[in-house]
Design a protein around this ligand. Structure first.
Ligand code: PLP
Length: 494
């Protein structure tokens, strides 16, 4: 069963099953749903897992969670990993130093790690909606990777419609094309004038608007969400951390039960939360090392216990998926450690005062599991070039992790770095790093530039984007979004 991070307001059920929590992800007082209990994995589980495939381990863990989803549905959801580059190894673990391994999480259809969770999640959500005979609308705002992965998983899925807002000019060409060339009739993509914050705020305003909700319910459409506030995504993000350890075991790089470090390039903290739950379940993680860019609010929280939004403005970096100041999933860690009452207090302080401060004792408790550091774009580009020269290509988000590897990995233990995107999604930055220039390249030029310089192939799914027809060409002002959405809902078949 699932419970609420800010306690219960007396209007909702105290405990809900998984299916309810993922169809209706917002809990009382603006909180989130979390599992009441986590299953345990011991060395016996890990030993057995070292003889199993990614899919088998995923199903084992889902069964341990004992969620209210039929076995057959889980199997079909997990079978979506078969469409990744290597069906037997959806998340290859690649060694790049004696003690450093890259967990490549981006081998799915949209070339970012969001696919790891969104692919099976989308299947399950659509299945539940069909079973209930209900229609759901998913509203998403994206800075680049969530949009394509959300659209891909729900394309042509029954009982689900998706409207995705992106900042016009705020994404890479590849990311924009991954969205605007979507052919499926249940998807609508709208560019807006403004930046990602504007897109996100426009969406928040809509979700809070009574007239918008009324108009939807008049059409018998319910709202759900597919961002990482939805536990249906988090559950799949626990598994690849466990599998990374299994892969170390399979490769003979760690002795059963001995600890390892993991490094996570963090934004909304979903990936890191998955690692935290895996650690709590018994995975021997020495420490979860959190990497940030210069939007380093998580570094401050984890090193000083202070979450202070007051003097901050969002800065643009070459790792845009980590350009976040309000990191939603931190709340789930706060709840797990300090309970609902304290979580509600902290989250309300953040809303009202734009600030909260943990006690020394609470901070120590966070530091039992996490350490954090940040890096700037210059450092990131140096790392991209350094490893490219050695024959390994990593994207700008992944590169932020090298700072944590150098500064925070104190003990001589193996270290797993989570790689969250393929280089092809951020080709202009990659080419700037390799050539040590600051030329403004188009994605197309840069993809070819990197491909020639480093002798790598551009995957067909990326290359083909540039020849596909643009289906969604509307770019509107904020005030026009609601009208655009209803225009779409009026035309689309139920
Ligand atoms: C979403 C994303 C992140 C941040 O992940 P969180 O789970 O939100 O912390 C990092 N890198 C890339 C490439 C992403 O798409």
């Amino acid at each position: 069963m699932f419970i609420e991070t800010r306690g219960n307001d007396g209007k909702k059920s105290q405990k809900v099953p998984f299916s309810y929590a993922i169809l209706n992800p917002s809990a009382s007082f603006g909180g989130l749903y979390v599992p009441e209990n986590l299953p345990n994995i011991d060395t016996d589980f890990l030993e057995k897992a070292s003889k199993k495939s990614y899919k088998e381990i995923t199903l084992d863990i889902l069964r341990l969670f004992n969620i209210d989803i039929e076995e057959e549905v889980m199997q079909k959801a997990v079978a979506l990993y078969d469409a990744f580059d290597d069906a037997t190894e959806p998340t290859p673990l690649v060694q790049i130093e004696d003690d450093l391994f890259v967990n490549e999480l981006y081998h799915g259809p949209t070339r970012a790690f969001k696919d790891m969770a969104l692919q099976p999640f989308g299947y399950i959500l659509s299945h539940l909606a069909q079973k209930l005979g209900e229609q759901y609308l998913i509203l998403a705002a994206t800075s680049g990777d969530t949009g394509p992965a959300t659209l891909d998983t729900f394309a042509n899925k029954p009982n689900i419609k998706v409207v995705c807002l992106y900042p016009d000019g705020g994404t890479s060409d590849v990311q924009r094309l991954q969205m605007t060339t979507q052919k499926s009739p249940n998807l609508k993509i709208i560019g807006i004038h403004g930046n990602f914050d504007d897109a996100q705020n426009a969406l928040k305003n809509l979700l809070a608007s009574p007239s918008f909700k009324e108009a939807l319910s008049a059409k018998d459409i319910k709202l759900s969400a597919a961002n990482s506030v939805n536990f249906g995504r988090i559950i799949f993000q626990i598994i690849y951390h466990i599998y990374a350890y299994v892969a170390l075991l399979k490769q003979g790089k760690v002795a059963l039960g001995k600890p390892f470090y993991t490094i996570i390039p963090s934004g909304n903290f979903g990936n890191a939360l998955g690692a935290y739950y895996a650690k709590k379940m018994g995975l021997p993680i020495q420490k979860i090392l959190i990497a940030s860019n210069i939007n380093n609010i998580l570094t401050d929280l984890i090193s000083t216990g202070v979450y202070d939004l007051r003097s901050r403005t969002l800065l643009q970096t070459t790792s845009p998926a980590m350009d976040i100041l309000i990191s939603s999933n931190v709340e789930r860690v706060l709840f797990d450690k300090f309970g609902a009452e304290r979580t509600k207090e902290l989250m309300e302080a953040l809303k009202e005062d734009k600030l909260y401060t943990l006690t020394q004792k609470e901070l120590a408790c966070i530091q039992d599991d996490f350490e954090a550091v940040y890096c700037d774009d210059t450092f990131g580009k140096e790392q991209i070039k350094h490893y490219a020269n050695k024959g390994y290509i990593m994207d700008p988000h992944t590169a932020t992790c090298l700072k944590a590897y150098k500064e925070l990995k104190i003990k001589p233990l193996p270290c797993v770095l989570c790689s969250t995107a393929e280089w092809t999604k951020f080709a202009p930055t990659m080419l700037n790093a390799i050539k040590e220039d600051s030329v403004t390249y188009s994605d197309k030029e840069a993809l070819e530039g990197i491909s020639n310089a480093l002798h790598v192939k551009i995957p067909e799914c990326i290359r083909a984007l540039f020849n596909e027809a643009i289906i969604h060409d509307s770019v509107v002002k904020k005030e026009k979004i609601e009208a655009e959405i209803f225009d779409f809902l009026n035309k689309v078949k139920p």
